[in-house]
Design a protein around this ligand. Structure first.
Ligand SMILES: NC(=O)c1ccc[n+]([C@@H]2O[C@H](COP(=O)([O-])OP(=O)(O)OC[C@H]3O[C@@H](n4cnc5c(N)ncnc54)[C@H](OP(=O)(O)O)[C@@H]3O)[C@@H](O)[C@H]2O)c1
Length: 346
């Protein structure tokens, strides 16, 4: 039976619409094709909701239902084979009597990992794997890192001046990036499960760490450090958004704020990441300051870095930008006087 890349491209496009809503699940898109016509399509819209395959079958018009048993189903991730919040999608595909399924990549979740493909093959369905696999792995890179490395996907982010400073000396905060970039950063935030900062940043800048300039979910706010304590008048402790403060002394919870005590150790960041993995936190955007970012870099615990450089601002003195190691250049974009560079860890 024939198949075409173009329909998998459509699956990936659909899947991407779930960005920021599906974690800790992956983003998935599905398309049902009969004689070169799309007769159904769907994507996983939000965690806990129906999977892409369910939405795809449900979208088929009554007059087209007769063609399902002669169609090809394209799906950007292997259909699941286990009972989670919804029944297994591989069983649904079998029930619908689809003769051919084209899959971009296998599901890294140990509960699936080939189980969905085997289930469908055992039922006599022709399964073709690896179509646009690279693109599908990239789309769900957070999900794959989470399951393969047993930690959240880590994106480092900072704004620097043209002479590589992230802040002035002393306690006064400064704005380095422009308004357009600021809005884009809020879009970045909305796509991640959590945002993290160090205690100096909280005490100096008193940030909100929300997505108020972009529609979408507010990620979990995470603070690392002992000097952010209950009762302090800080935006991150305002209980408007779930906030976790990792420290060495205090374990308590009040409304949306949780203080989490972990032992003092040179491995503190690893311990924090292990805790986050255990709590199904799929990704973290680490927004500074210098000490926190550098400790991720030195431990080799990062996947992507997004560096914003204001090409017209010079400070001469101040806090030096973190220094990346073992990376390759990715995309670059210019927003007025800001240059945004994306790096990937090698
Ligand atoms: N331009 C930008 O993109 C940007 C972004 C954020 C912040 N900033 C600026 O950066 C400055 C703050 O940066 P900073 O480097 O001084 O401080 P920071 O990284 O924000 O905070 C340092 C504190 O965080 C905790 N911490 C960090 N790494 C840790 C680790 N590996 N293990 C345990 N605890 C850890 C410790 O808290 P305790 O001492 O409390 O235990 C440490 O003293 C501010 O001026 C802020 O305005 C700039």
């Amino acid at each position: 039976m024939e198949w075409k890349d173009i329909y998998m491209h459509r699956c990936l496009q659909l899947a991407n619409q779930g960005a920021g809503f599906t974690a800790p699940n992956p983003m998935v898109g599905a398309v049902l094709v009969y004689e070169n016509e799309i007769i159904g399509e769907g994507f996983h819209r939000a965690y806990g909701g129906p999977h892409a395959e369910v939405n795809c079958f449900e979208s088929v018009l009554p007059r087209h239902r007769q063609f399902i048993c002669k169609s090809t189903l394209y799906v950007s991730l292997e259909p699941c084979s286990h009972y989670g919040k919804t029944p297994p999608c591989a069983a649904l595909v079998i029930k619908q009597q689809v003769p051919q399924v084209v899959v971009a990549c296998r599901d890294a979740n140990s509960k699936v990992n080939g189980g969905g493909i085997k289930m469908m093959q055992d039922a006599g369905i022709l399964v073709r794997e690896g179509v646009l696999e690279k693109e599908a792995l990239e789309l769900n890179r957070r999900f794959f890192v989470f399951h393969q490395k047993k930690r959240p996907y880590i994106i480092l982010k900072w704004a620097e001046t043209a002479d590589h400073k992230i802040a002035k000396p002393g306690p006064l905060p400064i704005a380095i990036s422009n308004d357009l970039t600021h809005t884009w950063v809020h879009q970045w935030r909305a796509a991640e499960a959590a945002i993290m900062v160090g205690s100096n940043t909280v005490l100096t800048d008193d940030p909100y760490l929300t997505t108020r300039h972009w529609p979408g979910n507010n990620p979990l706010r995470i603070v690392v450090g002992n000097r952010v304590q209950p009762g302090k008048s800080l935006h991150v402790l305002d209980n408007t958004v779930s906030t976790w403060v990792f420290n060495n002394h205090l374990q308590c919870e009040h409304e949306k704020t949780r203080f989490i005590k972990l032992p003092e150790s040179p491995q503190f960041i690893r311990d924090v990441l292990q805790y986050l993995h255990g709590q199904q936190v799929l990704s973290v955007l680490v927004e500074g300051g210098q000490q926190l970012l550098q400790s991720f870099i030195d431990a080799g615990l990062w996947d992507e870095a997004r560096v914003i450089t204001n090409t017209e601002m010079f400070l001469n003195e101040g806090i030096q930008s973190p220094e990346l190691k073992y990376y390759k250049n990715g995309e670059t974009a210019d927003l007025k006087n800001d240059r945004i560079r994306i790096y990937r860890r090698l």
